[in-house]
Design a protein around this ligand. Structure first.
Ligand code: SAM
Length: 115
């Protein structure tokens, strides 16, 4: 991978990563449904939201609930979107219909309030 002096790459567990730094943009895609239960997803969501700067954006996307549950995961997009809506403002949402039902996913962009 080409090195860029303004980018830091960190490999971390989303359940444990923390920093004092606030981000203008956080992108989370196809990761949270790997967590063990809804409580762990909620903790990770809370952690990610806490790292978002005022007015910052979070782009979240993953397979839909029905697909995730069929694959043996506890929850998918709709569950996480409901959690994010508790503290962030949902700005737009896009349902992506795949060639097969297994590819259906939902993307959403959220914004944090200014305060
Ligand atoms: C389906 S891939 C999605 C990859 C990502 N959207 C991308 O475009 O590169 C799932 C990713 O979730 C990561 N993952 C699973 N559990 C995780 C955890 N607890 N913390 C951080 N990443 C995790 C896996 O390592 C894998 O890279």
């Amino acid at each position: 991978m080409k090195e860029s002096s303004h980018i830091n790459w960190i490999v971390a567990d989303v359940r444990q990563f923390s920093t004092q730094q606030l981000f203008d943009l956080i992108v989370v895609a196809e990761v949270l449904y790997y967590l063990e239960d809804v409580a762990a997803i909620r903790t990770a969501v809370h952690n990610l939201v806490s790292m978002l700067a005022p007015s910052g954006h979070m782009v979240f996307g993953s397979a839909i609930d029905a697909n995730c549950r069929r694959w043996g995961h506890v929850a998918g997009t709709e569950t996480v979107i409901a959690m994010l809506n508790e503290t962030l403002i949902e700005v737009e949402q896009l349902y992506c219909r795949g060639a097969s039902v297994n590819e259906d996913c939902l993307l959403s962009r959220f914004q944090k309030s200014t305060t």
